[in-house]
Design a protein around this ligand. Structure first.
Ligand code: DOR
Length: 429
């Protein structure tokens, strides 16, 4: 034996079907095979080991005014309990992250409270100090609101074109919320869908693509239908993401919760569109959650007063892994969409399950699903639209070789912030 390990995960099932011990030290996998002598051994018989997921669209809330919906403790614990080891926080906080000072405050809050790795994006508006945010460590820019949504006002096309030019010069990634909203009475899921149609997502994407600066890396957020996803595929080099709520929920099938709970932007669409989106599974580059927690009190108001957004960081991988266990989708395709492509787009490392790669891992029961219920989830939101559906939840989640979650117990590791490539430490840091 050449080197000792801090932890050996014994008798793990690997995605290819092999059973092996995974030895961890210094935050990385150091060996896969017969276990190295280790300070701590954990019997993982019966558990499938997957790389930790990278969820590139999460609203962690917190700050001074939104902690009652979610904060970094509850949001990051929810991530870990759903097999997500890295979240990318969206900057439509209150106030939004338009300055380097606000950004540094957000990093300090997350560094104190987060249990999973995190990147934080910068907010794009006419007032944003984009270069300052990049140097403060923004991982990317967006979601950028080309149409108004919860906690985000629409940025004008001229402001967007100027921002695109600065972002392209920095060689950074911009992520885009595209919709075209028709004014009208927003009284039901059907009305909400009518007022925010998928055709509007497409026109907005085309309007923005016409303003892209040369060399801009752009990513379209939460596309909700084949119409908009196909339009994104016609706008290379842009990429796009699809959310679990557009794959699992529809106007007709919105679970056991009242309609307002499933109000989200872009909206859940009709059942035929949801099914057609599944038909495009292989062409979808990224699945992300758009975890956007609001409380039961907020979601149970009259439909027009309900804020848009659905919590989902904890249920994203479990819902999809249950579909793998059912034989509907391939495990490799799931890993591409929730681990490798988002990591690649963000320029960050994900675990390959090979020696030398980060020990960001989640261990799931084999072939066993459980019934999802809000009572066992960890988000402060306290509800889920997926109540009663089947999911596969991890029993153990490891971040940088640290056992951060094991059978409902959490432990906080150090060094979880992932700054972007433009990061320059300030003199006070
Ligand atoms: O439904 C949504 N909620 N869509 C967004 O774009 C923002 C999000 C939120 O922050 O609540």
């Amino acid at each position: 034996m050449s080197s000792d390990a801090e932890i050996a995960l014994e008798n793990v099932l690997l995605p290819g079907g092999r059973v092996a011990d995974i030895s961890l030290a210094g935050g990385k996998i150091i060996h896969v095979g017969a276990g190295r002598r280790a300070d701590r051994t954990i019997d993982c018989s019966g558990l499938l080991c997957l790389p930790g997921a990278v969820d590139m669209h999460v609203h962690m809330r917190g700050g001074e005014t939104q902690g009652y919906k979610e904060d970094w403790v509850t949001g990051s614990q929810s991530a870990l309990a759903g097999g997500v080891t890295t979240v990318v926080d969206q900057p439509n906080t209150v106030p939004s992250l338009t300055t380097a000072a606000a950004f540094r405050g957000r990093v300090a809050e997350a560094t104190r409270d987060a249990y999973c790795r995190f990147g934080i994006n910068g907010y794009v508006s006419g007032e944003s100090d984009i270069t300052g945010l990049w140097e403060a460590g923004a991982l990317a820019f967006g979601e950028t609101f080309a149409a108004a949504s919860s906690y985000g006002s629409a940025v004008t096309p001229d402001e967007l074109a100027k921002a695109f030019s600065v972002i392209a010069n920095l060689d950074a990634l911009v992520t885009l919320h595209c919709e075209d909203v028709i004014p009208g009475d927003d009284t039901s899921l059907t009305a909400h869908e009518f007022l925010r149609p998928d055709a509007g997502e497409k026109t907005c994407m085309e309007m923005l693509a016409a303003r892209f600066s040369p060399g801009l890396s752009a990513h379209f957020c939460h596309l909700s239908s084949p119409l908009s996803a196909e339009a994104a595929m016609m706008a290379p080099p842009a990429t796009f993401e699809v959310m679990p709520h557009h794959l699992f929920l529809s106007i007709e099938e919105h679970g056991t919760v009242p309609e307002g709970y499933c109000k989200v932007n872009p909206p859940v669409r009709h059942e035929a569109t949801r099914k057609a989106l599944w038909e495009m599974w292989d062409a979808i580059p990224v699945i992300a959650s758009d975890h956007a927690p609001h409380t039961v009190g907020e979601k149970s108001q009259s439909f027009s007063a309900v804020p848009s957004g659905i919590p989902g960081v904890e249920t994203m991988v479990p819902l999809l892994l249950a579909q793998v266990y059912r034989g509907r989708i391939a495990l490799t395709s799931l890993l591409e969409k929730v681990v490798y492509t988002p990591a690649h787009l963000l320029g960050i490392h994900a675990s390959t399950l090979l020696p030398g790669s980060p020990a960001d891992l989640a261990l799931y029961p084999q072939q066993e699903t459980e019934t999802i219920t809000a009572d066992t989830l960890h988000s402060r939101a306290g509800w889920t639209p997926y109540e009663g559906m089947q999911g596969v939840f991890p029993q153990i989640t490891c971040v940088g070789g640290h056992i951060s979650y094991m059978r409902n117990e959490f432990s906080q590791a150090d060094g979880l912030w992932i700054p972007g490539r433009g990061y320059k430490a300030s003199e006070t840091e």
